[in-house]
Design a protein around this ligand. Structure first.
Ligand code: FAD
Length: 433
């Protein structure tokens, strides 16, 4: 058994884990980031080319690490990221980027911050000492590894470690009904002018015909196709597989294979039936489905749909959001993205939604925050996940330096520190007003 000791153990290298690890390491802490796969990004890596949405509440960048990352990419020659309007109603602008350069840059930011990144390593079991996680039993291909940590930040999306540590949780909407998983791909070599000559982002007329003729799966009655970052590429975020429990590896593998088949079928249909696609081919097929929703942990505070509707600014708000309620094909029903709040309004995500009630050295960030299904459908954009991670990484330093339980971190100091890092400039002013 290998044994390691770190100040902060971040579990999961998705956008939330990236934010948590960089932020904590920049505070001078020793940070270990454990990622089960071989890549950073989580869902962003599983669905390459997916735009960063939700970064511009009130059309102002939320700031912090997502802004820094975007600026680094945009400053490259040629630029590797840009802000674009979203083609769907109720969404603000989004950031499109070169996937490989974004991944490279995220690894560089982790390196520069001094994070110890352990890829191909799975966190398996928390070892509890009273109301603390003393260590987490992990394993990589060489065998078991025990990591002792001052603070554990669960950014795993699924919350296995938090759940095993006894944090109450529910799957999906509490009846176990979860949003569909999705497998994405690009079409390369598309004539954009011909393909996007009409304003319908869902290509509905073509899609309905394909379904009616039995050439497309019935869940493809609306195709969401958007211009990719590079000229002539089209990002296809349309193949949704319903009723998959994202915490069950066998179910995820089966959904991925089923999704591959539907993607191939869709690519053939685009080539044969949709103007602009005749000379194009499929590329960048997701290595696995992207999982939107699994466990919802119970935090000190549970963010609700009512909070969104009231445009609540919490005193411990760590990031602003105005995303619609972006719900995707649960067992029944379609994709919807109804406005969560009045035009021009926004709400904030409270730090308390990232804290369990009992365990004094555990936080969670990203899509496993404590939220009801309506709030969850709005908060889950990658910029918000990264910002939640940044907040927990920053809070880790306040807790460790003060010898405090994470629940006792002075939230005024936390919010001030985040503002000093360029995050959340909009929210504290509004909260105080
Ligand atoms: C298909 C799809 C389309 C989406 N579209 C958009 C969009 O257009 N724009 C947008 O902004 N957001 C979008 N979202 C939402 C957004 O991508 C996710 O909410 C966000 O990426 C979640 O980030 P996360 O870091 O919380 O979790 P994840 O991205 O799920 O990352 C969790 C990471 O933890 C790792 N992990 C899990 N368990 C363990 C363990 N035990 N040990 C070690 N590592 C572990 C995983 O391998 C993974 O890398 C979409 C989501 C999906 C699924």
């Amino acid at each position: 058994m290998q044994r390691e000791r770190t100040d902060v153990l971040v579990i999961g290298g998705g956008t939330a884990g990236f934010g948590a690890a960089v932020a904590a390491a920049r505070q001078g802490l020793r940070v270990t980031l454990i990622e089960a796969t071989t890549k950073i990004g989580g869902v962003m890596a599983f669905c390459p080319g997916m735009p960063w949405g939700g970064g511009y509440p009130q059309d102002r960048i939320i700031g912090g690490l997502i802004e820094e990352l975007t600026q680094r990419l945009a400053a490259m020659d040629p630029p590797a990221a840009e802000k674009r309007p979203c083609t769907l109603e109720n969404f603000g602008p989004e950031i499109v980027y070169d996937h490989d350069l974004a991944t490279l840059t995220m690894f560089e930011m982790l390196e520069e911050a001094g994070v110890r990144v352990r890829l191909g390593t799975i966190a398996l079991t928390p070892e509890l000492a009273g109301d603390r996680i003393a260590s987490v039993a992990c394993c990589d291909r060489t065998g078991p590894v025990s990591v002792e940590a001052g603070i554990v930040i669960d950014c795993s999306g699924d919350g296995d470690i938090s759940a095993k540590a006894g944090v109450p949780c529910a799957l999906g909407d509490a009846s176990g009904n979860m949003m569909a998983v999705t497998i994405a791909f690009h079409m390369v070599g598309v004539d954009w002018q011909a393909a996007f000559a009409h304003p319908d982002p869902y290509f509905t007329a073509h899609a309905r015909r394909g379904v009616a003729e039995g050439r497309l799966h019935p869940d493809l009655a609306r195709l969401y196709l958007m211009r990719g970052f590079h000229d002539g590429t089209v990002f296809c975020n349309s193949v949704h597989v319903r009723g998959v429990d994202g915490t069950d590896p066998a179910a995820v593998a089966a959904a991925t294979q089923e999704g591959r088949r539907r993607c191939h079928q869709l690519a053939q249909f685009l080539r044969s039936d949709v103007p602009g696609f005749a000379g194009a081919h499929m590329a960048m097929l997701s290595p696995t489905v992207g999982v939107r929703e699994t466990r919802k942990l119970e935090g000190v505070y549970r963010l609700t749909g009512a909070d969104l509707a009231r445009a609540t600014k919490f005193p411990d708000g760590v990031v602003a959001c105005d995303n619609p309620v972006d719900d995707v094909m649960r067992a029944e029903g379609d994709m919807t993205h109804d406005a969560a709040l009045a035009p021009g309004a926004f709400y904030t995500i409270p730090f308390r939604s990232l804290l369990p009630a009992r365990i004094g050295n555990l936080m969670f960030a990203g899509r496993i925050l404590s939220a009801d299904p309506v709030a969850f459908a709005s908060v889950r954009g990658m910029p918000q996940c990264m910002a939640m991670g940044q907040a927990t990484g920053t809070a880790a330093a306040l807790a460790l330096r003060g010898g405090l339980r994470v629940q006792d971190v002075p939230t005024g100091d936390l919010v001030a520190s985040l503002v000093a890092q360029g995050l959340n400039r909009l929210a504290p002013a509004e909260a105080a007003a």
